[in-house]
Design a protein around this ligand. Structure first.
Ligand SMILES: [Zn+2]
Length: 434
């Protein structure tokens, strides 16, 4: 940051009125910093938990997940945040604010991993949240709002802990089997919750002042643009379709080319058409034909049927609907041209989760005050923040993933970027408290 910018920023921070604030409260003139070495040392120690030759295996409700939670509970205690586990199995710790009438600011992430994953997806945001609370305490900053630090359980199994916390869950869902082989019900008991009373953990709209989550980008956009911080605009909506293309099986040698009803050829044309449509206009929309089941799947028979899947994502709901219509039109046109029939079935339809403009501004101005380069961007991956956005203003901070790699043992974020992200989180919390 240029000196003039810094002075302007400092003046702006100093000019903020402190209505109803106890006289002992410290005035914050310049951006604060976390103890970055401490935060990175926690991440380094945590890397040993669940580390196997094929990657980090801290799958929810596994022994390694439990060991990770024990480690994390210790960090809460060292930070002076007496941790408690809610009935849904999420860990909470509170730094008391000065004004009991204000709803808490919530920050955090998760610590469970995918199979053969990395050490940064989740732990970064969880530990940075603990460090933020600890830094505020150590630096004598008393917030007006209470600051709640949360570690959501089982994010990688489908944002289970945060879904429970907003009540987007049913008793029947408790019997679903998680990746560890245990049911959600068993998992909740195992991590110290109470599955029979999970509804006691449900938070309603208005219970939380705002939610801010720091996370690794898990893509390569920040690194490619040589930027330090991503200000997340929201988490993209997702639509999954299963498309069944029906043709006619016939002899691959005896049937002339102009008399075929080849489901595989139709599938190929459709795949190319989807790609052309998605890449044919500006924007960050993505679509993928990811799975094909061909029958009879034999060398000398014209394919009678193909079942394929389409994965479509964007931040804009209207765009998702428009592309859905386009893909269905492709089905009719290609079906007519190839003598096949297309049938669409929607498997998943999740709404985009839009970040709060206010929270984005707090993140943006904090990054600016810290002299960090940044851009606004969508999140292509799902996060607990998408659930909490249904009940509270939400924002996310991204830091670069080296090589854009995540959900892999190669997942890595540089120590300096870890600190940048945590510093932005700390200052965004202070901005949110004003
Ligand atoms: Zn994550």
């Amino acid at each position: 940051m240029k000196r003039r910018e810094f002075l302007q920023q400092s003046a702006a921070l100093a000019a903020v009125p402190f209505v109803g604030v106890p006289p002992t409260r410290r005035r914050i003139r310049a951006p604060l910093h976390v103890d970055g070495a401490r935060l990175n040392s926690w991440l380094a120690s945590f890397d040993a938990i669940g580390r196997t030759p094929t990657g980090i295996n801290r799958v929810a409700y596994s022994q390694a997940d439990l060991a990770g939670r024990t480690f994390t509970l210790d960090l809460f205690r060292q930070a002076g945040l007496a941790p408690r586990i809610d009935t849904a199995g999420n860990i909470f710790g509170r730094l008391e604010g000065s004004s009991a009438s204000l709803k808490p600011i919530l920050i955090g992430s998760h610590i469970d991993s995918v199979t053969d994953g990395g050490n940064f997806d989740g732990p970064l945001g969880s530990f940075a949240a603990i460090e933020t609370a600890r830094s505020l305490r150590e630096q004598g900053v008393r917030l007006r709002h209470s600051l709640d630090v949360v570690v959501w359980q089982n994010e990688e199994g489908g944002t289970i802990g945060s879904k429970l916390a907003i009540g987007e869950f049913t008793d029947a869902d408790l019997d679903k089997v998680a990746r560890s082989g245990k049911t959600i019900r068993e998992g909740i008991q195992l991590v110290g919750g109470d599955a029979t009373r999970w509804r006691d953990a449900v938070k309603k709209s208005g219970d939380i002042a705002c939610y801010i989550e720091l996370h690794i980008e898990q893509g390569g956009l920040l690194e490619k643009a040589d930027l330090q911080i991503g200000v997340v605009q929201g988490i993209v909506g997702l639509r999954w379709f299963e498309v069944t293309i029906t043709g006619f099986a016939n002899h691959a040698g005896a049937t002339p080319m102009n008399q075929r009803q080849d489901a595989m050829l139709a599938a190929a044309k459709f795949t190319v058409a989807v790609n052309d449509a998605i890449t044919g206009e500006p924007g960050r929309q993505v679509a993928t034909v990811g799975r094909l089941t061909v029958s009879p799947n034999t060398t000398n028979v014209i394919p009678a049927q193909v079942v394929l899947t389409v994965d479509l994502r964007d931040l804009d709901r209207a765009k998702l609907s428009r592309f859905t219509d386009t893909f269905e039109r492709f089905g009719r046109e290609i079906g007519a041209a190839t003598g096949t029939a297309f049938a669409f079935k929607r498997l998943v339809d999740s709404e985009p989760a839009i970040a709060s403009p206010k929270v984005m501004d707090w993140i943006d101005t904090s990054a600016a005050a810290l002299g960090l380069t940044r851009q606004r961007m969508p999140s292509g991956a799902g996060h607990d923040a998408q659930e909490i956005s249904r009940i509270a203003p939400m924002g996310m901070i991204f830091v670069p993933s080296v090589g854009g790699i995540s959900h892999s043992p190669k997942e890595f974020t540089k120590a300096a970027d870890v600190v940048h992200g945590a510093d932005v989180l700390l200052n965004a919390v202070i901005a949110a408290d004003r």
